[in-house]
Structure formats: structure tokens, C-alpha cells
Ligand binder design. Sequence first.
Ligand code: CMC
Length: 394
Amino acid sequence: MHSNKEMVKMGVLETGGVIQYSKGLEGVIAALSSISAIDGAQGKLIYRGIPIEMLAKYSTYEETAYLLLYGELPTKNALDEFTVLMRELRHIPPKVEMCITELPPNPHPMDILKVAVAHSGLYDPDQYRCCREGVMRKVIRIIAQIPTMIAYYHRARTGQEIVPPNPELGHAANFLYMLHGKEPDEEEARIFDIAMILHAEHGLNASTFAAMVTASTLSDINSAIVSAIGTLKGPLHGGANERVLKMLDEIGTPDRAEEYVLNALKEKRRIMGFGHRVYKTYDPRARILKEYAEYLSKKYNDTKWIEMGEKIEEIMIREVGKKGIFPNVDFYSGIVYQFLGIPRDLFTPVFTMARSVGWAAHVCEYTQNNRIFRPRAYYTGPDYVEYVPIEQRR
Ligand code: CMC
């Protein structure tokens, strides 16, 4: 049996190169990219060279989106133009709105998003434009429309009236407005904006890679984003945030955390919101989100969730910190979202809303110097098996 985690030399390729096997592609460099970098040992993350902490402090989601898509911070004029375009493109085609609002209320909203993004692509006026400007419009349209799709579905499934986008509000504040039917206070809009910045990009994570694989066949951008949405949905990736809150529900009170975590570790169950393929220390995004989770807990005088979270963190670091397992971005985000009144099954769609820009940036960057992704599997089956006619099989 081959090792789970090491890179194993398996043989020689037809072209003379060495065949290596790395389960889950761990440690494999699959692309060159100037979009973001993670230092997994130091717990650092930069977007286009700028530390995430600086962006969280000084930037907005729109400015960060521009930075990721175009490679540099915008001038005042460029940001104004980009912001106007993002606001104009928020409206979804009427047939997509009709479809979203008539869908049954029980599917997971991530499945609704897959349908809505695919459907919307059919009405994209830039559908067949392959020039850089056309591709950018398609990309910005998807980023601008995803919040509208999520909010419309939620309003419809809860029997509330649809609230159209408000062109006076920024990306994050407008989403909360469409979701709740009232403008958020400035502080909450800003905290949500920061959460969006923190989730906007993260290198070749599974969903970004899925988008790039699809785009590398020269398929369209909507197909690439749909691949990414399906990939982000999984509990080992973006679906972890929703499950963290489910776990906190199961635990119930901080004094029960120790028993719960120790049992889970004994039974080799994963604690959601912990561990990462690249970070072997505290995820810098989790550090910032934890501060806001603490702040909101105090503001609303409801400290049960953060107390449970901090207790779990303490036990996990004590028990498995030496293995490099620490809180990741999904651990404290759910507590923040809960205080912002976002329903739990929208946590991963909200992640999608932020990450769509990272997906788009990587797709644009990779396809400019494209080569189709086509890895190999190392065959472990028998060399030759006789074909047995069906009547002779037992
Ligand atoms: N709880 C308990 N043990 C864990 C956890 C966890 N959350 N994560 C990893 N481990 C252990 C694992 O059992 C293994 O132990 P051992 O070497 O003794 O067998 C060791 O750590 C390495 O695990 P791995 O599965 O090889 O690590 P990976 O790099 O393949 O997986 C991961 C990374 C994020 C999928 C994993 O840490 C995990 O399942 N975490 C829980 C789900 C989660 O929070 N996902 C969100 C990830 S961050 C944001 C995002 O991508 O959306």
C-alpha cells in the first residue's frame, strides 16, 4: 500500500519524467499565480502582496475584488467605475428570478445557487464575448448577481416579499438589506464586509481548482463557477461553517465541550472548523473573525456560542495542536454570521458570494496562459483478465 501523505515515486513517464503520486495532490504545484500566497507555517496570507490584516482594516469588498481581478489597488476613479458596474449588474434576469422564487423550499441553498448561476448564464448578453472586456463583464456580473440569487431564494422560501437590490448600498450592506428587508446598521455592514474580504481568495483550494479544471478545457465561465459551487458545498471545504454551529448545538453548553471533543477525537471524528491542508498554525482569517465573534457576543450579551467556541479551541490545541491542527476560517465565521441574522444554511452560500471573485481571478489568470489539466492515475488493477462470456460467469 502506498503512503497516504508522502509524495511517492511510482515509475517513469513515456516522456522520460518521473511519475510521482501525492494523495489529494498534497504539495503539488499545479499553476503559477500572482493572486495570493499563504505561509502555512507562519499563518500569513497576502492578496497581491498585501497582508490580509491590512485589507480587513482599510479595504472594502469592492476594492479587494478589483485588486484580485486586476492585480493592483484601483485609483479613486477606477474604483468608482467598478463600484457602479457591480451595482448595475446586481439584477438577475426575470426568468431566473421566477425560477428561483418558484423552487421548492427544501433543497440546500447551495444546490439552488448551482441552478441559478447556470440558468443566468443563458441570458448573459456577453455570453459569446471572448475579449478581455467581455470576460470581465461576465465575471463581474456573476459576482454581483450571486447575493441577489441567495437573498431572493431565502425571501421566497420564507414567504416574504422579494427586496430588489439597493443601488445606494455597497456589496455587503446590500446583501443584508435584500435578505432582511431593512438596511443594516453601519457597524454590522462593515463586519460583514470584512468577513467577505477574508473569504474572497485562498489560492488553489478545492473549489478554485475545480473552476480552473473546468475553464482549462476552454468551457465557459458560468460552467467553471458552477463546478466551484458544487465543490465548495462539501463539509471538508466551505460546508464546514454550517456544521460548526450544528456541533455547538449538539454540545449545548461550554461545560460539555471537553467530553464532546475528547470523544470525537477518540472515535476519529473530525471537529469541523479545525485543520487545514496548508496552515499548520492559526489561520490568520480565523484570528480576525474570532475578534468580531467576541465583539458581537458582548454587544448582544449572548456569550454562550463564543464561550463554547473558545473552550473547543483550547481543548483542540491542547490535544492535537502538535499535529498542526488549529481553527480555520470556518470556525468563528458562523458565530459572526449568526449575530448578523444570517440563517445557518446560508453560511456556505455567503462563502460562495465572497469566494466567487477568487474563482474568477484564477480562471482569468490561468486561461491567459492555458494548458488543459490532465493528471494521471497510477493503475493498480490486474495486468490481464480473461473475458468470460456471461453464461459462464458464476
Ligand atoms: N479534527 C480532528 N482531526 C483532524 C482534523 C479535524 N478537523 N483535521 C485533520 N485532522 C487530523 C487527521 O485525523 C489526521 O490525523 P492522523 O495523521 O493521526 O491520521 C491529520 O490531522 C491530518 O489530516 P488530513 O485529513 O490528512 O488533512 P488534510 O490536509 O487532508 O485535510 C481538512 C484538511 C481541512 C480537510 C481537514 O483538516 C478537515 O477535515 N477539517 C475539518 C473540516 C473543515 O473544517 N474544513 C474547512 C477547511 S478551511 C476552509 C475551507 O477550505 O473551506
